[in-house]
Design a protein around this ligand. Structure first.
Ligand code: SF4
Length: 355
């Protein structure tokens, strides 16, 4: 009999994944989609908890932090990452109270007395890590920049005797190609003004009767894994307000649907007939031993149809061979990006006749 941990581990992680309510601004939700924030307040019970995969990712990220701190302390004798488990700190941005805490402060005997930069640890996949190395955190990950600036504000307000001029964000690359990278980010009061404006706008939408517009296009990566994805894109949002969408011009919608179904049927019929006619002309070329036969269409002025044979080299690319012989290259060259397609399903008497 075989023994496996997989199912129980997945279930265990999945069952601990909860959707969070919105209790006010924190450094980590500074850049959260305003529509999600709205639903976290108004339609919390209808949000979907993220799956176990995301839970595992968070868990790995948290545990990487201990390793990162050990690596830094081991390689810099005398340096310590302190205030790692401080309680939630509070500060105000305009009229908003923000709560949160840093990953730590850096005590380094080599720095001038009383100076302790803030410390922030991240674990990143290859794509994000390379972006961070190439462009710096503000450009590569603006939401982390928001988080850093608001957390810097929190620590500067709550540790008034300490000089905290900047934060060091340290990233560890997840996966097989292990690597580390860091950047010092100065406190930027102008950015706090930007966050204040954003929080003011957030307050405004929270008072509204209806959820705000989606700020993203279909298929945006932020919408994948979003607990409000079904509400937001699944058309369920209206039901939460007990108001199904009212289609103003139902007649026109039915007329267009009939047109489309008609054209789809005609297209299918035409495709079947075209296939038969192709076979017919192929036979004729072979029967007459010709590469082409121009046929003038007598009742269609000046129109000629020429069935002809074209010979060319067809490119082939053996993906399986590349995968087997150059797995690293294949992995780097492949990727997934979300694609949204418009599809139509036709049913007759409840049975799907065309997808
Ligand atoms: S699905 Fe996208 S648009 Fe909708 S709330 Fe989530 S992140 Fe925002």
């Amino acid at each position: 009999m075989s023994y496996s941990f997989t199912t129980k581990i997945r279930n265990h992680i999945g069952s601990n994944m909860k959707v969070s309510k919105y209790y006010g601004p924190t450094p980590t939700n500074m850049a959260t989609c305003p529509k999600l924030i709205y639903h976290q307040v108004d339609n919390y019970s209808q949000l979907q908890a993220p799956g176990w995969q995301l839970g595992l990712k968070f868990r790995e990220g948290n545990e990487q932090e201990d390793l990162t701190v050990r690596l830094i302390e081991e390689s810099h004798p005398g340096l310590k990452i302190v205030e790692r488990n401080t309680k939630n700190l509070t500060a105000t941005i305009g009229r908003h109270q923000v709560k949160g805490r840093p990953d730590g402060l850096i005590y380094d005997p080599n720095l001038s007395k009383g100076t302790m930069p803030m410390f922030e640890a991240k674990s990143m996949d290859e794509h994000n890590f390379i972006k961070f190395m190439a462009f710096g955190i503000e450009e590569s990950h603006p939401y982390y920049y928001d988080q850093l600036q608001s957390t810097l504000l929190l620590v500067r307000v709550n540790f008034p005797k300490v000089h905290i001029p900047y934060a060091v964000i340290f990233a560890k690359l997840r996966g097989s190609e292990i690597d580390v990278w860091d950047e010092a980010v100065e406190f930027n009061p102008d950015h706090i003004d930007i966050l204040e404006e954003r929080l003011d706008k957030r307050d405004m939408i929270l008072g509204q009767e209806y959820a705000p517009e989606r700020p993203y296009e279909r298929g945006n990566p932020f919408c994948q894994n979003c607990p409000a994805e079904q509400l937001s894109w699944g058309g369920l949002e209206f039901e939460t307000k007990e108001e199904l969408p009212t289609i103003d011009n139902l007649d026109e919608l039915v007329k267009m649907a009939k047109n489309l179904v008609g054209y789809m049927e005609a297209q299918k019929l035409a495709e079947d007939r075209i296939d038969l006619l192709r076979a017919y002309f192929d036979n004729q070329l072979s029967k007459w031993q010709r590469r082409e036969i121009p046929i003038a269409l007598r009742d269609l002025a000046k129109t000629t149809l020429t069935p002809y044979l074209r010979t060319f080299d067809k490119s082939t690319f053996d993906q399986d061979m590349i995968r087997l012989e150059h797995p690293k290259l294949a992995q780097r060259a492949s990727g997934k990006s979300p694609v949204t397609q418009l599809r139509f399903k036709v049913t007759q008497d409840g049975k799907v006749v065309r997808i």
